[in-house]
Design a protein around this ligand. Structure first.
Ligand SMILES: Cc1cc2nc3c(=O)[nH]c(=O)nc-3n(C[C@H](O)[C@H](O)[C@H](O)COP(=O)(O)O)c2cc1C
Length: 225
């Protein structure tokens, strides 16, 4: 019987080694607080990832400006340190959420992190202003090809529709919504294509950092975990 995979044409998965410990997978400790961009990666099986692992590796040397945070590495048990996560968010101006699209949504741990960390009184509500003025960028990979995200395609709706919950969250919590960074057709993309997308990702992050207003002081609220 013909197998059916609704999100795109499957290609043989080539296992890649997990990123080296010296790479951006740094765990929850905040050593420095002058970084203005926080890149949160949520991929439940990074050792099998082709695209997200390559994107993450492509920006690894931007550590002067970027705090890297691999959610599944830090919280494999889903036991999230809310205080540390809130402080980490408060300490950065640009929040990047990088993830593969799973069932038209984020992987489960990223949703759990949102539920646990973006709380009333912190992210929203009368006194919940800690995220105001920041910028949120979703960097998303999809198995579905671009045509799948059209009215006549298998996913029926444009990708922007599936990201509306994130966009509404940004709006509610006072963050600017940056144009999402999307890579489609991940089952078909070859290594050269991944390299092109990785360079595009790197350029996008560099542009976002360069566009930040210049400040002379580090965030006042920094703490170490
Ligand atoms: C549980 C699961 C659900 C998925 N759901 C979707 C989906 O809703 N839409 C889509 O386009 N691709 C979907 N995919 C395909 C993934 O988005 C794709 O495998 C991923 O972007 C590849 O990135 P990677 O190489 O970093 O793993 C799904 C894959 C899995 C395993």
């Amino acid at each position: 019987m013909k197998s059916f995979w609704p999100f795109g044409r499957r290609k043989r998965v080539i296992a890649k080694p997990r990123l080296a410990a010296s790479g951006p997978s740094g765990g929850p400790v905040l050593e420095r607080h002058n970084r203005r961009m926080l890149l949160i990666l949520a991929h439940p099986a990074l050792q099998r990832s082709r695209v997200n692992a390559a994107l993450y590796a492509a920006v690894a040397d931007m550590a002067d400006d970027v705090t890297f945070h691999d959610l599944y590495e830090s919280y494999a048990d889903f036991s999230i340190d809310v205080e540390v996560e809130q402080q980490r968010l408060a300490d950065h101006d640009l929040i990047i959420l990088q993830f593969p699209m799973y069932w038209y949504a984020t992987p489960a741990l990223l949703k759990e992190w949102l539920d646990m960390v973006w709380l009333h009184g912190f992210a929203y509500g009368r006194s919940g202003t800690r995220l105001h003025g920041k910028t949120l960028l979703c960097a998303v990979t999809t198995g579905g090809e671009p045509e799948a995200y059209t009215p006549s395609g298998s996913n029926r709706f444009p990708i922007a529709e599936f990201l509306r919950p994130m966009e509404a969250t940004a709006y509610l919590c006072g963050l600017a919504w940056a144009e999402p960074f999307i890579i489609h057709d991940t089952f078909q993309i070859d290594d050269a294509g991944i390299a092109i997308q990785a360079a595009r990702y790197r350029k996008r992050l560099a542009e976002l950092i360069a566009a930040l207003p210049v400040t002379n002081s580090a965030p006042a609220t920094a703490t170490a975990a």
